[in-house]
Design a protein around this ligand. Sequence first.
Ligand code: HEC
Length: 181
Amino acid sequence: MADTHATLSPTTPREVILAVLGALIAPAIVFFLIYQLVLKDRAETHLGVLTQAQESQMAESNIKPLAKLAVVDASAPRVLLTGEQVFNQVCTTCHTAGALGAPKFGDKAAWAPRIAKGYQTLIDHALHGFNKMPARGGDPNLQDIEVERAIAYMADAAGAKFKAPEPGTAPAAGAAPAANK
Ligand code: HEC
């Protein structure tokens, strides 16, 4: 009997090279796929391919379902609304249609006797309530100055010449002194 080993063909250099290449290429392909799927975003940032803006945009889109990158300074003072803004947000509810007997916006006849009371009295009534007129128009978040501006906005549209206060000045600066409350 002949030696069986002798019947096996010897490994050729060509086969050795193919085997080595196969062993290297297969993991390389796997690595490439993983890189594409998972690491590409990060690799790009590390390579400096992405700008800062793109990077943060990417971060934001990644966390979008969970969080929002909104930085709000809670201690920052709220921007005061103008008289017109306060009117459109709050006072219009009653003062546009005249609900509950409210003097309508622009109705000179309805406003004249109220304007005659003086700015200070109207401020006092609007801040603290007057008959069916709720205090601050029902919005306790309004600051005094915002209510004062809204009164001037409404009254001036009906012929008054009230001067709405600016922030930092005394309340109702320039207003006529309260007369016949
Ligand atoms: C829920 C309805 C309502 C809302 C909202 C409202 N008002 Fe009035 N307001 C009234 C009514 C009703 C009167 C009339 C009260 C009366 O004369 O008996 C009135 C009267 C006034 C007067 C005249 C007071 C007086 O002494 O004659 C001023 C000033 C006034 N409102 C300002 C405001 C301002 C400023 C806002 C918004 C911040 C506002 N109102 C929101 C119902 C409302």
